[in-house]
Write a protein that binds this ligand. Structure first.
Ligand code: BYC
Length: 327
């Protein structure tokens, strides 16, 4: 007979902390989904709050480099698609902030950490978008990397995060397609358009590879995240999947990969890349990327300018609650 929620809660209450952790890990091994009100080790909760809030912030900050091109999109069709994409990213942020709230932290608290600079978001959004081709590269490469990572997260052990990822991945697939269409058109266009695509590709290739996180032997979180069933594949495994998929794609576009050491290894059946410039990654994480200050200032300004909307909405909600209480 399958154990119900009530039965499990009663059984777990009677256990010691050690027994509870053992029971929890056996549920993870059995690929069970963990839901918000269930018992979980404090480290599991902390890791989820850290990773999910970084992820939510990335979606919200990710709107900025792309939003930069809405007024300059080269046609009405491109403008409509870009507006829809940027709006989708806001939605993704909201799904994930809601999922973080199920872990007992308020959205205000999580968001405050973004604004005071104490929370991380993906380093990739600290790079500027200096040409229209960058919008294509973000869709193809950045959303492409996100899909590989998030398809795995859609099967992670925490129910609210996994379910948010399912929907997000569907939307990200549209984003990737619109990016690939932009890149493909530029690569088949005039010499100047092709050169614009190559120049942009040269700037985005290495930073995109860094999106998957540090090499496995240097990643301090991977082992624990895998034990908890939050990550099902390591950073290097996912990065390799991305490389194998996109070296071929770049060749089809006629783009040259900015890596003189790149070669296909017949034995492993994988493309091998040269050294990733991690010093650049650490500089961006320290706040010294090309746009760190600009991104944070934009979010702080938007938060200030939106204060009256939040105040009006909560005053309205309060008034309505009082009216309802009287009825
Ligand atoms: N950028 O032990 P590690 C999107 C940090 S949104 C900044 O390997 P972990 C999109 C890491 O946080 C895409 N920091 O970490 C949106 C850790 O520091 P703390 C965002 C990074 O967690 C709009 C330290 O380095 N996706 O695609 O095992 C428009 C050690 O690293 C980065 C997600 O957030 C980085 N790239 O693995 C378009 C997915 N990499 O926190 C597109 C969810 C590492 O210990 N997150 N760090 O101080 C994950 O899957 C994992 O957190 C990561 C890192 C793979 C990113």
């Amino acid at each position: 007979m399958v154990e119900g929620h009530f039965g499990r809660t009663t059984r777990i209450r009677a256990m010691s902390e050690e027994q509870r952790t053992k029971d929890f890990l056996s549920r993870i091994d059995a690929k069970e989904t963990i839901e918000p009100k269930e018992w979980m080790p404090e480290r599991y909760r902390e890791q989820l709050v850290r990773m999910m809030s970084q992820h939510a912030h990335s979606e919200i900050v990710g709107m900025l480099p792309e939003g930069n091109w809405i007024t300059r999109a080269p046609s009405l069709r491109r403008k409509i698609a870009l507006i829809a994409k940027v709006q989708d990213e806001a939605g993704h942020g909201h799904y994930i902030y809601s999922a973080v709230e199920t872990l007992g932290v308020s959205r205000e608290e999580v968001y405050r950490k973004l604004l005071d600079g104490s929370a991380k978001y993906s380093h990739i959004f600290n790079y500027p978008t200096t040409s229209w081709a960058d919008i294509g590269m973000i869709g193809w490469l950045v959303d492409g990397a996100a899909i590989i990572n998030q398809t795995m997260l859609a099967r992670c052990s925490y129910g609210p995060y996994a379910r948010a990822m399912l929907r997000i991945c569907k939307e990200e697939n549209f984003h990737k397609k619109q990016g690939m269409e932009i890149v493909s058109r530029l690569c088949r266009g005039t010499a100047a358009q092709k050169a614009m695509a190559q120049e942009s590709f040269d700037r985005w290739w290495w930073p995109t590879l860094m999106m998957f996180g540090l090499p496995d032997e240097k990643s301090k979180n991977t082992a624990e995240l895998m034990q908890f069933g939050i990550k099902l594949r390591s950073n290097d495994e996912l990065r390799q999947r991305f490389i194998d998929m996109n070296v071929k794609q770049a060749q089809e576009f006629g783009l040259t990969i900015p890596d003189p050491d790149l070669y296909f290894d017949e034995d492993s059946g994988h493309w091998q890349i040269g050294p990733i410039p991690w010093e650049e990654f650490f500089e961006v994480l320290k706040g010294n990327g090309p746009c760190n200050r600009e991104r944070l200032d934009a979010k702080i300004r938007a938060h200030e300018e939106g204060r009256w909307v939040r105040e009006a909405a909560s005053a309205f909600a309060e008034k309505r609650a009082k009216r309802r209480a009287k009825q």
